[in-house]
Design a protein around this ligand. Structure first.
Ligand SMILES: [Zn+2]
Length: 166
């Protein structure tokens, strides 16, 4: 796996921090940051599903909305990295593809998240790894993860512990 640099670690940590902002607002623990090639934070968001009642309000999609609101150009996005606290789902992987972003770094992977999802009665996931999705992309999309797995798992452990107590 190619190297993750200090800026990657810093921006992924910010995405993980945003996952706790999401839960503080009643949402599931997911955060996302869009960073420039030089490590500058360009856009960010937390999951806001429960808050907004919008099932598409995943952190990565919301970060892309923030990028659009800030007027980030296609050229800037093409050089950018999406940092996601959790491995992007099918919808978000698609949104990242359409944004033109060429690099993804994520914290906790989908397989590790399965253990938590089991606690969510009746919830299933449309499971398809980012690697598999991007293998079909006509342009290369670099993907790195899991990165900072332990740190990225902590907000999920805290969030789902509430349901285990019932
Ligand atoms: Zn998603």
């Amino acid at each position: 796996m190619p190297e993750i640099n200090d800026a990657d670690t810093r921006l992924l940590r910010r995405a993980i921090e945003l996952s706790t902002v999401a839960t503080a607002n009643g949402n599931r623990p997911f955060g996302a940051v869009i960073g420039s090639a030089s490590g500058e934070l360009l856009a960010e968001a937390a999951n806001s599903n429960r808050q907004t009642g919008d099932c598409t309000a995943h952190a990565e999609v919301m970060a892309l909305h923030d990028a659009a609101a800030k007027g980030l150009s296609r050229e800037v996005l093409a050089q950018a990295t999406m940092y996601a606290s959790g491995e992007p789902c099918v919808m978000c992987a698609g949104a990242i593809f359409w944004s033109g972003i060429g690099r993804v770094v994520f914290g906790i992977d989908a397989v590790s998240m399965r253990a938590f999802r089991k606690l969510d009665q009746g919830a299933g996931d449309l499971e398809w790894s980012c690697q598999e999705i991007y293998a079909r992309s006509p342009r290369p999309i670099e993907i790195h993860g899991p990165v900072l797995l332990e740190e990225a798992t902590a907000p999920h452990t805290a969030y789902w512990a509430r349901f285990q107590a019932d």
